[in-house]
Structures are given as C-alpha cells and as structure tokens.
Design a protein around this ligand. Sequence first.
Ligand code: UD1
Ligand code: UDP
Length: 387
Amino acid sequence: MPPIKLINIVGARPQIIKSSAISRAIRDHFPGSFTEILVHTGQHYDKELSEIFFNELEIQKPDYNLGVGSATHGRQTSMMITGIEEVLLIENPNCVLLYGDTNSTLAGALAASKLHFPVIHIEAGLRSFNKTMPEEINRIVSDHSSTLLFAPTNAAFKNLMSEGFKPENSPPYTIDNPKIYFTGDIMYDNTLFFADLAEKKKTSFLEKLSVQRDGFILVTIHREINTDDILRLEAILSTLKTLAEEKEITFVMPLHPRTTISLKARLERLYNELLNCKYVRIVPPVSYLEMTFLEKTCMLIITDSGGVQKESHFFKKPCIVLRKETEWIELVKNGTAKLVDADPEKIRNEFEKFLQPGTDLTYPGFYGDGKTAEFILGEILLMFDKG
Ligand code: UD1
Ligand code: UDP
C-alpha cells in the first residue's frame, strides 16, 4: 500500500509547535505509513516566532513557504488561500491537516474543502462564543469544512454536537458525513515529551534572567483585543508593574512582537518604565524549551494565550487569564484559572488570592494521556482503510 500523503499546514508559532507532535508520532509509531508535506504560510516569519522551533523541536524544513507575512485579515487570508491552493493542485494529497484557529487554519480549510480534499482539524470544537475575536470565525468555518474533527476536550466535543455534528456517523467519512472525536490535546503530548529536556538544557536560563526557581511570575500578552486596545494594554501592564513593585516579585514577560510594537508606538512612557523596573524582565519571545522551563519553574502565570493557559495546567500552576472568556472552560470551572478581563481590581484580587499560602488547588487530567497524536494518526489510517 502506498503511504498516505498528508499535507500539514502551519503558519503561526503554536501551530509549528503542535505539528511537531504529529511528525514525532509518525516517526515513532507509523514509519512508512505517511508521507508528510509541510506548508508554512509565512504568517509568522521572525526567527523567534518560527525558525527557532524548527531547530529545537526537530521539525522538517517546510517543503513550501508561502511567505505571506503580516497584513489585514482579508488580505493575509486571501494570499494564503491562493498559495495553499497552488500547492494542493501540485501535490494532490490524500488529506490536509489543520491545527487550531489562526488565519492559516482558515485559509487551509477553505482552499482544501473547495478542492474536495478531506480536511482533518486538530483542536476542533473550541468556542469562546465571542465572534468578535478573529479566531472564533476561523474555528467555526474550519470545523464546518472538515471531515475528521478531533476535539481536545469534552466541552469542545459537546460544542460540535450542539452545532449538529453527530458522533454516531459511520464510514465512509466525508465533509457531509464527518466524524467527531473527543481525543485529548497534542500540546500535552509535547509537554510530556519536552519537559525533562527543557529542565536539562535550560537551567541556566533562570540565571540569565536573574530570577529564582519558584520565585517569579510568567506573563504573556499577544491577543488582538489586548494589544490593539491601548486602554486595555495600559490597564494590564501598569497593574502588573505596580504589583511587581509592591510585592517585590519579578515578572518575566516574553513579549510577542505585536505587543512590543504597540507599546513602543503608543505607550512609550509605560514601555520605558517597564524596561527600567527592577522587578520586570521584558524579553523577546523565547524558544519552546525556554518557555516550557519558565512555565515549570514559575509561581503563577498571567496570560491571554490559549496554549499557555493549558500549559499552566500541565505544570500545575495557577493562571490568571487576561480575557473575558476562554475556550478552555474546564480550567475556569476547576478554579485554577481565573478570567480577569483587563480589570485592574480583578487582576490584583486573583493575584493575591492565588499567592496566599495554603491555597489548595488540584489539577485533574483534562487533556488526555500524552498519546493523542498517535490516536489521531491511527484514525486517519482507518479512514483510508489502512488501520
Ligand atoms: C496569530 C493568530 C492568533 C494566535 C497567534 C499565536 C490569527 C488571526 N491570529 O496572532 O490566533 O494566537 O498568532 O502567536 O491568525 N508580527 C511580527 N513578526 C512576525 C509575525 C507577526 O512582528 O513574525 C507582528 C506584525 O506586526 C503583525 C502582528 O504581529 O501585524 C500580528 O501578526 P498576525 O500573524 O496577524 O497575528 P498574531 O497576533 O501573531
Ligand atoms: N511560546 C513560546 N515562546 C514564547 C511564548 C509562547 O514557545 O515566548 C509557546 C507556548 O509555550 C505555547 C505556544 O507558544 O506552546 C502558545 O502560542 P501563543 O501564545 O503564541 O498562541 P495561542 O496558543 O494563544 O494561539
């Protein structure tokens, strides 16, 4: 039997990281069963948001880099669709694998489904129920263009059912007869695989940042709603700076370029104050192993990132979420993540509560067994009758 030709579409940082779980599972468990073609849309292009992960996570170099870069949503997505369509026509794959909810995901879903290539969506079914966030439209369209949908959580699986997807569908699966699964999260596969390596390779990173193990707060901010709304960005960062100074605890902030650009252009004074603050370390985006090590060794995480919210749970760290809502609702129900929007009072209250000694938190296994990528690949083989 010839191998299944699978096109992986990535573009943004988290997708590159996620795709490494699938590639590793192919290498380790299904050698010879798949041929992988990697398409990088070029949505992320800075070394720290792209190249660094290829080297560190041993991902094959992209077979195609569409070099799309940054632009408005419509322009960026349309350039990606054009580029992906060309690749699909050249490669004629058996299926197209999409990750998450970025514009690269959306473009892949539209290009592939219109050409009748089966779409496989990893991280399907997540909903914030806020259609003003760009990712929500991307999620809905991608799910409804897919043939196999892998929901990472029970909540995501239920969302799909409430949108009419039927778990009882039987093969052959098509876009009109799709199959939904509740799997687990491939990001958890990655964390389990890389946590020890991060510890081994990145111990000196804390020294470089002049912070102590279990003695600092980790912060990431990159969502459009926080970076492009200056009032929100100012409220969040000035609150964090005040807390850092008051409590004399260092806040490590690996900032997405989008956040730095916004700060420099529109909040220059605050940016300089943060750079000069004894208790704040603003650094460029860090590598995955560095990030993993920071997550493992911090006291608490403050973020608006989807991936980082989950990683906080993997490392049993409380998480303050700088959003009104989250797709990872089980974390909030569990009490280990708190939604604070950009509200200074809520940020402060939750920060103080989480850091109170004796706070009793538990971290149940919401995200599978660390073998989600393996499961997904097994199901793809079955779809093509090669299981
Ligand atoms: C994108 C995703 C978001 C995801 C995030 C992961 C969409 C709509 N958003 O957001 O869901 O959480 O990636 O990190 O797909 N920029 C650079 N260098 C780069 C890339 C971007 O400086 O390599 C700057 C540019 O100013 C650009 C801005 O960041 O305009 C936003 O980039 P973009 O790819 O549009 O969205 P992200 O905010 O990265
Ligand atoms: N990440 C990283 N370096 C950083 C910030 C994040 O390697 O400086 C990793 C993080 O560990 C997680 C992923 O990037 O695996 C999350 O991506 P991001 O926050 O950009 O996007 P989201 O998950 O919100 O879509």
